[in-house]
Design a protein around this ligand. Structure first.
Ligand SMILES: Cc1cc2nc3c(=O)[nH]c(=O)nc-3n(C[C@H](O)[C@H](O)[C@H](O)COP(=O)(O)O)c2cc1C
Length: 191
């Protein structure tokens, strides 16, 4: 196969049937202006040749790092299939209309949470967060909840995609696709 996105679709479809939960969970690695790498899980909410999309609070630690250095690494590890996929490239903001549509599809409590959470900021007690949650709930009582201005999506545009699969005796297979203009160069890596 010469199209890594088609191969990703194939592997992701298998992961959806094999993984007990969250096959769309991916590690997101970012590096801010201090050079310190940081990694956390997010959920992939869209993917294709244009990139791999996730949503978050833009004022979070990851949001600040992406503002300073708009590049990221993603890692999917599908344990039950003994496979990983690594994606690297620049990061773009998802258009506001797409973020609005995804936000509107979330459950009401998740929408309230997005307003109530100062993601990545210090919290003095769980009670403070619960009180903020209830405050937002009251504020929007009986109304649709709009997307918070600080909440949106990012798209990691793939420049490199590597597919790793387990083989006996640690003779694993690594297939690397590197973007060259509108096409992809395919090769292998030693395990
Ligand atoms: C399986 C899983 C999926 C997650 N998905 C998201 C997500 O899509 N967006 C998000 O902001 N945080 C998500 N989180 C929480 C993040 O891992 C992280 O705690 C949070 O975004 C704050 O990260 P930061 O302080 O580095 O910005 C998820 C956590 C787990 C374990």
């Amino acid at each position: 196969m010469t199209d890594p996105l088609a191969l990703f679709d194939e592997w992701f479809a298998e992961a959806r049937t094999a993984e007990i939960n969250d096959p769309e969970a991916m590690s997101l690695a970012t590096v801010g202006s201090d050079g310190q790498p940081s990694v956390r899980m997010v959920l992939m909410k869209g993917h294709g040749p244009e990139g791999f999309v996730f949503y978050t609070n833009e004022q979070s630690a990851k949001g600040e790092q992406l503002r300073d250095n708009p590049r990221a690494g993603l890692l999917f590890h599908w344990k039950s299939l003994r496979r990983q996929v690594r994606v690297e490239g620049p990061v773009e903001r998802v258009p506001g209309g797409d973020a609005d549509a995804y936000f509107a599809s979330r459950g009401r409590d998740s929408q309230i949470g997005a307003w109530a959470s100062d993601q990545s900021r210090t919290l003095d007690s769980r009670g403070t967060f619960e009180a903020r949650f209830e405050g937002v709930e009251r504020k929007f009582d009986g109304q649709d909840i709009p997307r918070p201005p600080h909440w949106g999506g990012y798209r990691v545009v793939p420049e490199r995609i590597e597919f790793w699969s387990d083989r006996p005796h640690r003779l694993h297979e690594r297939r690397l696709f590197t973007r060259e203009g509108d096409s992809w160069r395919a090769g292998l890596l030693y395990p």
